[in-house]
Design a protein around this ligand. Structure first.
Ligand code: HMG
Length: 386
């Protein structure tokens, strides 16, 4: 029985900044951001948006009158959660009127959480072949103004429906994974911005990829020639290129070119959104499937990395029907976004959600999104759907 991703959708905010403009404002040579980091634009997340609103916007493109009654589980992967106890999944369940007989939980391990949720869902469907799982991987990546990490911020959500006989990608049961306690990136409970040892984190990412790729080849007897493309967790898109370049020397000349072309397809959207932590690898997969033609049957390698640290390498097989399962019109999404001046972005960045018990009602006039975080009342977060 094939099990995997039947539908995929993405959502972000209606605002972004241009990386050339950010570079100029930070007195940096623009090609450092555009080429050295590999980012062209960055989603800006106002305080009226968070993982719940972004997750609901992504999942609303998948959930409809029929499947809202048949979803058995909602797994919400995030590392920028909005409550220390209650799962963001329950807020989304309410906003999208998903049936009350679904399990709704949150999953956390930095950027790796989305892959953990996907694999839990796969195993659940294997045990219960008629069941369907909604996965949401949503995050807001914040490092701070004028920090080295600033160019790698961003935010958004990917939603995926996992079931038997999937339309998009069948997951091959070939995962290799590893975890080790490493302090490369973390966010203490009192902080809204992550702490990171940037160069160290990039080295660990590469070390994990190399080790897991070796292990994968030993365990499966597959080689690079068995892969049509690779998709990577893309904290910034140059990071994935560094990963790919580690293994490329083992490919034939023509295959090298094909893999590099596929890599470019896999980073078109991530270059314009920035990091979205748990959803990053899956946005890259959507980018690959939207920007390169497949016939079905091709094997794609996927590398997931979450600081702290945990990694997984696995493969999926593209299904001939994959286009039907890709639910987001990216052209319309990008066309709708408003480009902000760097000073406006800085104001929005500083005017973030403050952990405080006071009632507050946010001004929603500058947010055109379908789902909005409207403020706090009686220490409860208020969400609205337009
Ligand atoms: P930095 O120190 O400012 O940058 O920060 P740099 O000096 O290392 O330069 C970056 C690249 O630009 C270099 O290329 C330069 O040569 C190049 P490289 O040597 O790396 O190939 N460059 C230029 N290229 C073209 N034209 C130019 C030019 N000038 C320089 N004129 C850093 C970079 C990534 C460290 C920083 O942005 C950062 O700390 N980011 C946050 C951490 C991060 O993203 N880590 C990634 C791995 S960890 C991970 O993936 C997990 C994560 O998603 C979190 C989670 O799991 O939850 C982060």
């Amino acid at each position: 029985m094939k099990i995997g991703i039947d539908q995929m959708a993405f959502a972000t905010t209606d605002k972004y900044i241009d990386m050339t403009e950010l570079a100029i404002a930070r007195h940096v040579e623009p090609n450092k951001f555009l080429i050295g980091i590999g980012q062209v634009e960055q989603a800006v997340i106002p305080k009226t948006q968070n993982v719940v609103t972004l997750g609901a916007s992504a999942a609303s493109q998948i959930i409809n009158e029929t499947n809202r009654d048949t979803i058995d589980m909602v797994l919400f992967a995030t590392e920028s959660g909005i409550d220390n106890s209650k799962a963001a999944a329950i807020y989304v369940q309410k906003l999208l009127q998903i049936n009350r007989y679904a399990r709704t939980v949150e999953v956390k391990q930095a950027c790796y959480g989305g892959t953990a949720a996907l694999m839990f869902a796969r195993d659940f469907v294997l045990a219960h072949p008629t069941k369907q799982v909604l996965i949401i991987a949503a995050d807001v990546a914040r490092y701070g103004l004028e920090t080295p990490g600033e160019v790698t911020q961003g935010g958004g959500a990917v939603a995926m429906l996992v079931k038997a006989n999937p339309q998009v990608l069948a997951l091959n049961d070939d995962s290799v994974y590893m975890s080790t306690d490493i302090m490369d990136f973390w966010r203490p409970l009192y902080r809204t911005e992550a702490l990171v040892d940037g160069h160290f984190s990039a080295n660990i990412y590469q070390d994990f990829f190399k080790e897991l790729w070796q292990r994968y080849q030993m365990q499966t007897a597959l080689a690079i020639s068995d892969f049509t493309a690779f998709a990577f967790h893309l904290p910034f898109t140059k990071m994935g290129l560094k990963g790919l370049l580690e293994i490329l020397p083992t490919a034939s000349e023509s295959h090298k070119t094909a893999l590099l072309t596929a890599f470019e397809a896999s980073r078109v959207y991530n270059k314009r959104i920035g990091n979205l932590y748990t959803g990053s690898l899956y946005l890259s997969l959507m980018s690959l499937l939207d920007n390169q033609a497949f016939t079905g049957g091709e094997r794609i390698g996927l590398f997931s990395y979450g600081s702290g640290a945990e990694g997984e390498f696995y493969s999926g097989t593209v299904q001939p029907t994959y286009q039907k399962g890709l639910k987001t019109d990216f052209k319309a999404l990008f066309a709708k976004r408003e480009r902000l001046a760097i000073t406006t972005y800085e104001q929005i960045f500083n005017d973030h959600f403050v952990l405080a018990p006071d009632d507050v009602a946010y001004d929603l006039t500058n947010d055109s999104s379908q789902f909005v975080f409207a403020g706090i009342k009686d220490e409860q977060q208020q969400y609205h759907q337009r």
